[in-house]
Ligand binder design. Structure first.
Ligand SMILES: Cc1cc2nc3c(=O)[nH]c(=O)nc-3n(C[C@H](O)[C@H](O)[C@H](O)COP(=O)(O)OP(=O)(O)OC[C@H]3O[C@@H](n4cnc5c(N)ncnc54)[C@H](O)[C@@H]3O)c2cc1C
Length: 505
């Protein structure tokens, strides 16, 4: 007989889903992970990303536990840098780790296997089976046709709240006008002469809004990944005219690149699409648009930017990375105010502090903007006063039982989402959701009614950082300061001492 009943079913093997499945498996739960692609990682891999950001609030590491264990494994394999400190913050904040997507996939598979997680690849969630206000099963489709699987707990990590929406849970979309953050087709350009590009940036320093070196603080970069690590956003003097005249097909007025874990490979977060991720035709239109932009921007770089003379477009996301999609309406909805004021909650399951990074919701900043000299029209970047707590209730849909969410679709408002969507927090949510499933099943209680103290205790036992420890924080600051001082004293840098961001305790 084909097995069709599990303790837990995780839908979506992406950033949150991998952590949720590992955590549930490690708790001894019989766990099934359903994933549409033939590999794990979701936006982190299929989305073409290469940059895990950020585990830190300023210089304090706030995300630890299972997400950090995952990073440690990638670093040990030579497939990721450790957390690097940016001398100036950019789209990834103050700290980022540059990983190889293939290492991400392998480590995710290895850890799922070790935790005893069963995976069904190339399997698409179709429909939730609900009765009596509780989700009982999910129907999926794959090469074997349609099948239905049942479980005590479902974890929706689909990145679009597909399960919650199908089960009839309430959700919102975007800001007050229903507009969501744009998506991007991330792409890599290879065979770039990194030193020559660095020299060029050094000789055109005024041409960028943001430029920063990225330096190791705690551990050295693995031998095989050694290269200058830097980021720049701009190229205005050579890019904007060509964009406006139509020589380059783009929806942005600047180019943002980062060096990666792969020597000679540059990652471009420079395309932009304004489409609906949960509308099939619109999603397809986004792919066409994204690829046109990636090809055109690459041509521009090869033609005009020193260092790219022998470069080529090497890879792009298997999917458009959609920054925002549905948000479930949960037991609590995190607001911009909660995030920016650093609010604390009794049911904290993770701490975070990434700024609210709101990419402009409407099409092409310069196409509809009269003043072409305004370089701030691409969105909003709002720093938080302090670290905030993420409450467990944001993961629990208001009126549906048997379901918990981990990922960018938790219950938050549009501005708060600019911070909560980042991968380290999503990973921490996954860990919390997997452990919460165990407690609900073991104590025979609803997910919304579990003993939060028990969840917090288990999270802490598993390495999570739920409360500030001043001693550890002081040490984090000291290490960062020393590393920055040494770098500035010994290396040629796109940053001066003055434009480097220093933090006080
Ligand atoms: C362009 C872009 C740049 C970003 N840059 C950064 C950055 O630099 N640093 C950072 O930390 N964060 C960044 N983010 C944010 C972060 O990557 C995402 O918010 C996060 O990865 C979302 O995780 P998730 O688990 O919610 O969804 P995902 O990681 O997307 O996982 C969803 C999973 O579900 C699967 N799935 C979806 N629907 C179905 C279905 N119906 N059936 C079966 N499987 C399904 C998908 O294949 C996928 O594996 C960026 C996001 C984007 C879009």
């Amino acid at each position: 007989m084909i097995k069709n009943k599990y303790d837990v079913i995780v839908v979506g093997g992406g950033t949150g889903g991998v952590m949720a499945a590992i955590a549930a498996g490690r708790e001894g739960l019989d766990t099934l992970l359903i994933e549409q692609y033939g590999f794990l990682g979701g936006t982190a891999t299929a989305g073409g990303l290469c940059n895990m950001a950020s585990f830190y609030f300023r210089d304090e590491q706030v995300i630890k536990g299972l997400p950090q264990e995952f990073m440690d494994r990638m670093v040990a394999r030579g497939g990721s840098t450790p957390h690097l400190r940016a001398l100036r913050s950019y789209g990834s904040g103050y700290y980022a780790s540059l990983y190889n997507r293939e290492t991400y996939k392998n480590v995710a598979l290895e850890m799922c296997e070790e935790a005893g997680v069963e995976i069904l690849f190339h399997t698409y969630f179709v429909e939730a089976i609900v009765s009596g206000g509780r989700i009982r099963g999910v129907t999926v489709v794959n090469k074997s046709g349609l099948s239905t699987y049942y479980a005590d707990v479902f974890i929706d990590c689909s990145g679009d709240a597909d399960v919650a929406a199908s089960a009839g849970a309430a959700f919102t979309m975007g800001n007050a006008e229903g507009l969501i953050a744009p998506g991007s087709l991330m792409f890599d350009v290879a065979n770039v002469d990194i030193d020559r590009l660095h020299d060029y940036v050094m000789s055109t320093l005024d041409d960028y809004d943001v430029k920063t070196e990225q330096i190791p603080v705690r551990a050295p970069i693995p031998e095989n990944l050694q290269q200058r690590q830097f980021v720049a956003q701009g190229f205005y003097s050579i890019f904007r005219d060509k964009a406006l005249s139509g020589e380059v097909y783009t929806q942005k007025e600047s180019i943002l690149f980062t060096t990666t874990a792969l020597p000679g490979v540059i990652s471009l977060n420079s395309s932009r699409v304004h489409n609906n991720p949960v509308d099939a035709r619109d999603r397809t239109a986004a792919i066409l648009d994204g690829h046109k932009q990636a090809a055109s921007i690459t041509d521009f770089l090869i033609r005009y930017v020193p260092g790219f003379e022998h470069a080529y477009l090497a890879d792009s996301g298997a999917e458009i990375g959609f920054r925002e999609s549905r948000h479930i309406v949960g037991e609590y909805t995190m607001t911009a105010e909660d995030v920016q004021r650093g609010r604390h909650f009794d049911d904290v399951i993770a701490r975070y502090g990434f700024p609210c990074d709101i990419h402009k919701e409407t099409r092409g900043s310069f196409y509809d903007h009269a003043d072409k000299s305004d370089r701030t029209v691409e969105g909003m970047w709002i720093e938080n006063d302090d670290v905030y707590d993420l409450p467990y209730r944001c993961l629990i849909p208001e009126k549906l039982d048997g379901l918990i969410i981990a990922g960018k679709t938790i219950s938050v408002d549009h501005i708060a989402h600019g911070s909560t969507r980042l991968m380290p927090l999503v990973m921490a949510e996954g860990q919390a959701a997997g452990i919460a499933a165990k407690i609900a099943i073991e104590d025979q209680t609803e997910l919304r009614s579990i003993d939060i103290g028990k969840l917090q205790k288990k999270l802490i036992e598993n390495g999570a950082s739920l409360y500030r420890d001043e001693k550890i924080r002081e040490e984090d600051y000291r290490l960062a300061k020393e590393a920055i001082e040494e770098f500035l004293a010994t290396k040629e840098s796109v940053n001066t001492r003055e434009d480097t961001e220093w933090f006080q305790l």
